[in-house]
Design a protein around this ligand. Structure first.
Ligand code: AMP
Ligand code: MG
Length: 411
């Protein structure tokens, strides 16, 4: 690509073209073994098959008495049946003997059913008197007994590759004896924050400096999308420093914040082109039109404009889907969606995608008047955003639109 500094973009790529480019090339990272205690929220890299039955033994589902069901047939409050009590079966401490006709074993929930018994009479329907049991209710065979493999049968696939592990999934993995599982490796993301005017988060802004608001935002976005952000420093707008960072091969993704446009201090695009490939620079969208992306070695480089709204928007359109896909997650928008009518029209130019911040008021979608890419507070006031496709010339008042909501991201 030619040097666009102080000239501007000759042409801009379509958003869909960039999305297609990423969808075709970004693949999930290789698997790694993850200990059970760490695997909640991670993406399974392979199907998991149970090697054992759960439960592995027939067990009581009640506190009561292990009996032979047929021994209790005909029992009632008026006509109880008496059985001999042999002993007891407790969880983890089974009764070693066998239950024969006319016999019973005291048993607790979770304890193995003794040989010979086929049902459990609930404690509430029985009484013990002088070492003998009185059963006042008949119990059918198999009643109150958890059968071998009733939860999970040996050989069954319990979780499929691609599953994002829920807390209960981790519990189930433990129940089949798993200690570690193969998960898709989490993408390692390096922030490359440039700008001579930037102070680190936690500083007070002064007469010539502003505080870097992009890196805390990007860290949170990367965490939402399942990536891991490496430590970083703010870099001055000096090409040799930016080059050195771009050359570090210890990550899967580099998010360049700022210095990615066509200004004379915007060094990153040329460096990406020199060190690898600058696949796109300049995209037909608003905000974020100076965004770009490229590759250096196996690393994906996203050029995010420094203006905070542009940075957020370019991340969400391009870097987010790539980071999710690298980590084995669906590339689709992770936002909850709502379909609601527009309270006021949205204007937009044909030929570019618009990212319009909106508030939801009384069930109607209100486009926010402030549309400047530097006005981060507009995204704080907004409940979400509406995407106006390239071919649309805005959207009329009253039209049903789809809002992607900023809160409750459900990835
Ligand atoms: P740039 O993309 O570097 O040309 O920056 C565009 C605008 O965004 C300028 O006003 C910068 O001061 C501002 N900006 C750049 N980086 C950041 C950042 N990390 N946090 C907040 N504002 C920034
Ligand atoms: Mg800058």
């Amino acid at each position: 690509m030619r040097d666009v500094r102080m000239k501007g973009f000759a042409e801009r790529a379509d958003v869909e073209e960039v999305e297609r480019f990423l969808a075709e090339r970004v693949r999930a990272l290789p698997p790694e073994e993850v200990a059970l205690a760490e695997c909640a929220g991670r993406v399974l890299a392979e199907d998991v098959r149970a090697g054992v039955d759960v439960p592995p033994f027939a067990r009581s589902a009640m506190d009561g008495y292990a009996v032979r069901g047929e021994d209790t047939f005909g029992a009632s409050a008026y006509d109880p049946i008496e059985l001999e009590i042999l002993g007891e079966s407790l969880p983890g401490r089974p009764y070693a003997g066998r239950v024969a006709r006319g016999q019973a074993v005291r048993i607790m929930t979770g304890a193995p059913l003794p040989d010979g018994a086929d049902a459990v009479a609930m404690a509430e329907g029985c009484s013990e008197r002088a070492g003998r049991l009185e059963v006042r209710e008949a119990v059918a065979p198999r009643k109150n007994v958890g059968a071998v493999g009733e939860d999970i049968a040996a050989g069954a696939v319990v979780l499929r590759a691609g599953r994002r592990l829920r807390p209960q999934d981790v519990g189930l993995l433990a129940s089949i004896g798993a200690a570690r599982v193969a998960c898709v490796r989490r993408p390692r993301v390096r922030l490359l924050v440039t700008g001579d005017e930037l102070l680190p988060p936690g500083s007070a802004p002064d007469a010539a400096h502003i505080v870097d608001s992009n890196s805390p935002m990007l860290r949170a976005l990367v965490a939402r999308d399942g990536g891991e952000t490496l430590p970083h420093e703010i870099l001055p707008d000096r090409p040799e420093r930016i080059r050195a960072e771009l050359e570090r091969a210890d990550c899967d993704v580099v998010l360049v914040s700022g210095g990615s446009s066509v200004g004379q201090e915007d060094h990153a695009p040329g460096l990406v082109a020199e060190l690898g490939s600058l696949d796109f620079h300049g995209i037909a969208m608003r905000p974020s039109s100076p965004a770009g992306l490229g590759r250096i070695g196996a690393r994906w480089i996203f050029l995010l404009p420094g203006n905070p709204v542009s940075c957020l928007c370019a991340y969400d359109f391009f870097a987010g889907p790539a980071i999710r896909a690298l980590g084995g997650r669906p590339r689709a928008w992770p936002h909850r969606r709502a379909r609601l009518p527009l309270a006021r029209k949205i204007s937009s130019a044909v030929g570019r995608v618009d990212y319009v911040r909106v508030a939801v008021e009384d069930g109607r979608v209100v486009p926010l008047a402030t549309s400047g890419a530097s006005i981060l507070s507009s995204t704080v006031r907004a409940d979400g955003f509406v995407i106006v496709p390239r071919e649309r010339e805005g959207m009329p008042e009253g039209a049903e639109v789809e809002v992607l909501l900023y809160d409750e991201a459900c990835a």
